[in-house]
Design a protein around this ligand. Structure first.
Ligand code: SF4
Ligand code: SF4
Length: 85
């Protein structure tokens, strides 16, 4: 594990929340991240229909596990992921 705090962000205007890509259809960041930093989950406070893409997003959850490999940044087809430290 790297020292210092990792800052990982997903732009939900490009992926999730009904904008751009449905993360359940893509999921590249979920598969490519070896330490499994990202969590696919339902978004609270919007529609209750589980098929509604606005209900889903990927969140960088276990950020302390990030190895700073930047594979998620390079692989995301929407350029929605940023990683800094
Ligand atoms: S930089 Fe690497 S370890 Fe960190 S979240 Fe992205 S894919 Fe995972
Ligand atoms: S790789 Fe990018 S577009 Fe695909 S699920 Fe992850 S954040 Fe969304």
């Amino acid at each position: 594990m790297q020292k210092g705090r990792n800052k990982i962000a997903v732009d939900y205007a490009k992926c999730g929340d009904g904008h751009g890509v449905d993360p359940r259809a893509c999921g590249i960041c979920l598969r490519i991240c070896v330490p499994a930093v990202f969590l696919l989950h339902q978004t609270l406070g919007v529609e209750d229909d589980p098929k509604d893409p606005r209900c889903w997003r990927v969140s960088p959850y276990w950020t302390d596990l990030c190895s700073r490999c930047l594979k998620c940044v390079e692989a995301c087809p929407e350029k929605a992921v940023t990683v800094s430290w």
